[in-house]
Design a protein around this ligand. Sequence first.
Ligand SMILES: NC(=O)C1=CN([C@@H]2O[C@H](COP(=O)(O)OP(=O)(O)OC[C@H]3O[C@@H](n4cnc5c(N)ncnc54)[C@H](OP(=O)(O)O)[C@@H]3O)[C@@H](O)[C@H]2O)C=CC1
Ligand SMILES: O=C(CO)COP(=O)(O)O
Length: 328
Amino acid sequence: MSPQRKIAVLGGGAWGTALAANSRRAGHEVTLYARNADTVAEINGARTNSRYLGDVVLPDGIRASTDAAEVLDRADIVLAVIPAQSLGGALKELRPAVPVEAPVVLCAKGIERTTGRRMSEVARDSLPEHRIGILSGPSFAADVARGLPTAVTVATEDESVAASLARALSGPAFRCYSSVDVTGVELGGAIKNVLAIAAGASTGRGFGASAQAALITRGFAELRRLGKAVGARAETIMGLSGLGDLMLTCSSPQSRNYSYGLALGRGEDLSGRPLAEGVATAPIASELCERLSVKAPIIDATAALLDGKITIDEAVEALLRRPLKSED
Ligand SMILES: NC(=O)C1=CN([C@@H]2O[C@H](COP(=O)(O)OP(=O)(O)OC[C@H]3O[C@@H](n4cnc5c(N)ncnc54)[C@H](OP(=O)(O)O)[C@@H]3O)[C@@H](O)[C@H]2O)C=CC1
Ligand SMILES: O=C(CO)COP(=O)(O)O
């Protein structure tokens, strides 16, 4: 077990709460910032976060607060678990309270819709003097909150910081691998959400398991191409934060992105659904691929589908009618 640190978690949703639980089980002092007073009261009192994690009971000793400065005071490590489209603004606001010595580990999975920036690019702008890391991999919040086993990747540019974070954040059932490939780790997490919507839509429309497997595999080819174009390592894309998370998210209705796709494919009402980061990431991922001359027909079709420009049947027909080529 690594020495006890003070870990400050920013964000009181499903993943922030699950990571707080994991950090507590790993033996750390844990504080959590949530902007919702009811969430704070429930975590401190009943040790639940029923809005996001149902009846999962959290380990004791997590101290939640609506006061970010109090949560961040003397923190050794900060976990930023705020959704991708809100991360930049939130970190800018919190900047004066974030200790400069504390690495800030980003846990959101997405690309900023308005700018095309990956999470580390967003955070470096908001917190220019801090060391920035990223945590990503196959990990449903409810599983981690319950203490079920999984493994993820933690990346920072500095190898020793990455290794130290991996030691600190690993828990009894949460194994962290370290990496210096920040770009590769964050790219996998962002793109798998888009591909999960595509896989869900196909299955929801009734195209069957073969179509879903073909879509995931060819979607993964698009992620590999995009990874190469932005300088990600191939091993990272093949690893937990790439292939690993893609497999998880595209195969379980527990995924909010996959279930968003399922609902889309079934023609259900999409309003009031839980966060599905792929919805905002799809159009900007498609634009990014175009800008970098990366062929990404599944990402493009998903963006067009979400925008209402094409139907699922038209999307699949267009994908099948593309000129035949060698597999790459
Ligand atoms: N859930 C999961 O299984 C996993 C999620 N992730 C990623 O983690 C990120 C967060 O997801 P998750 O926790 O599940 O999402 P949730 O929807 O469960 O929770 C989001 C939380 O962020 C808070 N929030 C939103 N905007 C701000 C802001 N500006 N300042 C402070 N807090 C804010 C919300 O507050 P409020 O309650 O007040 O609205 C809410 O507590 C996403 O990018 C997701 O892809 C990664 C791995 C696993
Ligand atoms: O990132 C996740 C699992 O690794 C969670 O996926 P969803 O956001 O689709 O629920």
